[in-house]
Design a binder for this molecule. Structure first.
Ligand SMILES: [Zn+2]
Length: 280
């Protein structure tokens, strides 16, 4: 099933949304799709009796700096825009829900969109409070959520910092990495994946567990084969969204000190404004 979804929806993040929908864990999903993908998605929805609504606009993705090809910012353009924009699509078993979501998004009512998508109220409120500020940077709420969190050690279920690697159990920004409601949602999603593929669920667990170093513009790094002793992290392997000087330094030193969750000391140099998280 998951392989079949991957062929149509292109990546894990989008395929799993549909899996949750088919299993009634989600009532409604919002995705984006290009012209070619849309044709296959239409066929799929027809076969599965899912209602599909398509936006009356397209979006152009503006790539984040240092996040692989990930884009948190999307600009709306008219439907007849000549370039290669993406459609937003709204899929549900309930035709009215899909239509309503399309309308709310058209009206830019982010609060109602979040609530209709069943995101936890605490996380919707957090998004609304910080939206304007974040849009001016990269629309990424990781550091804000980290500042809202106790310490830097969290449950692996809520690891939203490696979605840049197409690995996540959530479809919303958690308001904090201690958000119990988000952890509950992630656990339910995890169990759903398990019903279909032990292999995939094991892969997710392995990837989600471990230290992550997040920077706004300089890449996101996850560390494998690591030891953490007295706030010194030693590691043998790095997965990164970027190939830059910071990655090179990390690879040369194979260790750094966690001063606090927003500062690390790498080879006698303090690097500020980062986010360090350990998921387990
Ligand atoms: Zn929350």
């Amino acid at each position: 099933m998951i392989d079949k979804l991957l062929k149509i929806f292109g990546n894990y993040t989008r395929s799993l949304e549909i899996l949750y929908l088919l299993n009634d864990i989600k009532k409604l999903v919002r995705l984006d799709a290009n012209e070619v993908e849309l044709k296959n998605i239409k066929d799929f929805c027809n076969k599965e009796n899912l209602h599909l609504e398509i936006s009356d606009f397209k979006v152009i993705k503006i790539m984040d700096k240092g996040k692989g090809s990930y884009a948190n910012v999307a600009k709306k353009v008219p439907i007849n825009y000549p370039g290669s924009g993406l459609y937003h699509i709204y899929i549900s078993k309930d035709k009215n829900k899909a239509k309503f979501l399309k309308l709310l998004e058209y009206k830019n009512d982010d609060k109602a969109v979040g609530e209709l998508l069943d995101y936890p109220q605490c996380c919707v409120d957090f998004f609304m409070e910080n939206k304007e500020k974040q849009q001016k940077i990269q629309n990424d709420f990781i550091l804000l959520a980290l500042n809202n969190s106790e310490g830097f050690k969290f449950s692996f279920y809520i690891n939203y910092a490696i979605r840049y690697f197409d690995i996540t159990l959530l479809s919303h920004f958690p308001h904090s990495f201690n958000c119990q409601k988000s952890i509950e949602i992630a656990k339910i999603n995890f169990e759903c994946i398990k019903k279909y593929s032990n292999e995939l669920v094991n892969k997710f667990e392995t990837m989600l567990k471990g230290p992550v170093l997040y920077t706004e513009n300089n890449g996101v790094f996850m560390f494998k084969d690591y030891k953490l002793n007295n706030n010194i992290l030693e590691f043998n392997e790095i997965n990164s969204t970027i190939n830059n000087d910071l990655l090179e330094l990390l690879n040369e030193n194979k260790k750094f000190e966690i001063v606090d969750k927003n500062r690390i000391k790498l080879k006698n140099e303090i690097i500020e404004d980062v986010g360090f998280m350990l998921f387990n």
